[in-house]
Unconditional design. Structure first.
Ligand SMILES: Cc1cc2nc3c(=O)[nH]c(=O)nc-3n(C[C@H](O)[C@H](O)[C@H](O)COP(=O)(O)OP(=O)(O)OC[C@H]3O[C@@H](n4cnc5c(N)ncnc54)[C@H](O)[C@@H]3O)c2cc1C
Length: 460
């Protein structure tokens, strides 16, 4: 909802700024005059080309800015997952409006075929120093458009390209944006540089280009990146290949600290790049290393090609770069609702941190912790290496947290209906697979109007 509203406001702002610089009579009526000249169609085509072009390039500038992972956007949109969501949908909207731009441009052939060329206006004057670049800017724009469409298709149809290769390609997006900025600068009519559109587009193109260069230089998140050290690595469970690993990291003293439930981008290996992992310990829960560095815990499940190799790659003393902390999964719901926490598989990691923050002796933030009922879904409770820790954290929490385990090996799969027995309106905090999250989301919109909190990250 927030994403749709933000995109709606963005497009409306651009449209209003455009309306301020075009003549009030757009000259589109009649589309074909008494002499059979398609003056109105040609005008309509011209306006459609310009307005869709403005929409598209401004949305791309927004995409570039959101990719910077700025704390300002995190605050404004209510979490980094919302920033990612808007980044993705602004990218899709940019591609759709680029298609409108292309269709409007191509429509000249149809208008000519039906009514002839008469009434087609001459080229608008553009920035004087770019007058000779028209042909090149048009070709560049067309190729960048095709590449943009290909990129969006690869993003949406994930089976076409594995995540890792997609990510490498995705890094080239700022280059595409810079090409399209040149296209826009060279072809935008001189009259559009009048206020307010000129100021708006000038600022967006400049800020978007700066953001693109920032991304290409690899500086995104640099100010929130900390050089840490692996203090300890342990395999949890008896089969190293399928078992999660626990990594204790010693953070530099400049680490600003985190709140329980937050995550960070973790880079163990410069060639691999950063992966998001939840900080699975409460602030101060692990104390400090002998050198006085604050410690934090990651619990990593071998879910993919890279994470499957981590138990062999990681060792104590190794450098690790940690960027963050990010996120708002803090388990602080409304007092008027019953708090229900639902974790599935490695989605239990933020709840480790939230439960640790409720252990006796941990600093409280002035208010008593609200009562919670926790549900945990596991494939096989007998072989689950995370379950015993969860059970003892729940039992020792203040107040104790009742835990219901849904053991798939015994046919106990959690469904939204299982939560209907909870008393009163519910505040549900969920972390786990997308399918269960979507089912809870659907149910939450029903007559019972549950309030569902989940960090819905789709990094692609
Ligand atoms: C906010 C957040 C918190 C997470 N917390 C934990 C945690 O505490 N413990 C845990 O085990 N897992 C956690 N994950 C999942 C973890 O990030 C992925 O399992 C891991 O990155 C997979 O990498 P891979 O190369 O082994 O897998 P692949 O097979 O290459 O990828 C599997 C999927 O993982 C995701 N992914 C892969 N690489 C990245 C990347 N660099 N950035 C973003 N997503 C990526 C993609 O969706 C991809 O489709 C978290 C994910 C998010 C978004």
């Amino acid at each position: 909802m927030r994403t749709k509203v933000a995109l709606g406001i963005w497009l409306l702002g651009i449209t209003l700024a455009w309306m301020a610089v075009v003549p009030p009579d757009l000259g589109v009526a009649p589309l074909v005059n008494a002499q059979g000249t398609a003056l109105g169609w040609w005008q309509l085509r011209q306006h459609a080309i310009y307005l869709s072009g403005l929409w598209s390039i401004s949305l791309m500038a927004l995409v570039m800015l959101l990719a910077l992972r700025l704390p300002l956007f995190d605050r404004m949109l209510g979490g980094m997952d919302q920033v990612y969501r808007l980044h993705k949908w602004a990218g899709i909207a940019a591609a759709l409006t680029a298609i409108m731009h292309w269709v409007a441009k191509e429509s000249s052939g149809w208008i000519k075929a039906l009514w002839g060329r008469a009434g087609k206006s001459e080229h608008d004057a553009v920035l004087p120093w770019l007058t000779d670049a028209r042909g090149f800017a048009k070709d560049l724009g067309e190729w960048a458009f095709y590449l943009l469409l290909a990129m969006i298709a690869l993003t949406l149809i994930s089976r076409l390209l594995p995540y890792k290769r997609w990510r490498i390609l995705h890094r080239a997006m700022p280059l595409l944006f810079l090409a399209l900025v040149f296209h826009a600068l060279a072809l935008m009519p001189l009259t559009f540089w009048a206020l307010p559109l000129g100021l708006l587009m000038g600022s967006l193109l400049a800020l978007g280009s700066l953001a693109a260069v920032w991304s290409l230089a690899g500086w995104v998140g640099r100010s929130r990146s900390y050089a840490a050290r692996i203090q300890q690595v342990a395999v949890l469970g008896d089969t190293p290949t399928g078992a999660p690993i626990e990594v204790i990291c010693a953070m530099p003293k400049s680490w600003p600290g985190h709140r329980a439930g937050q995550f960070a981008f973790v880079r163990f290996d410069a060639t691999e790049g950063a992966h998001p992992f939840t900080i699975a310990s409460a602030p101060h829960a692990l104390g400090h290393s002998p050198e006085g560095e604050p410690l934090l815990r990651l619990v990593i499940k071998p879910l993919g090609d890279y994470t499957r190799t981590l138990h062999q790659r990681l060792h104590a003393g190794q450098r690790v770069d940690i960027e963050g902390p990010y996120g708002r999964f803090d388990g602080q719901g409304s007092r008027r609702r019953q708090q229900v926490w639902v974790a599935a598989g490695v989605g239990v990691t933020p709840f480790f941190a939230l439960l640790e923050a409720r252990q006796p002796g941990m600093p409280t933030k002035g208010r008593d912790a609200a009562p919670v009922h926790m549900h945990y879904c596991t494939r096989d409770a007998r072989r689950d290496p995370l379950l015993s820790r969860l059970q003892s954290l729940c039992a020792q929490a203040q107040p104790p947290v009742p835990l219901t385990v849904h053991n798939e090996a015994q046919g106990e799969r959690l469904t939204p209906q299982d939560l209907q027995g909870e008393p009163g309106p519910l505040d549900i905090w969920f972390c786990g697979p997308q399918g269960l999250g979507d089912a809870l989301h659907e149910h939450a919109r029903g007559p019972r109007r549950w309030c569902l909190h989940r960090e819905s990250f789709a990094m692609r």
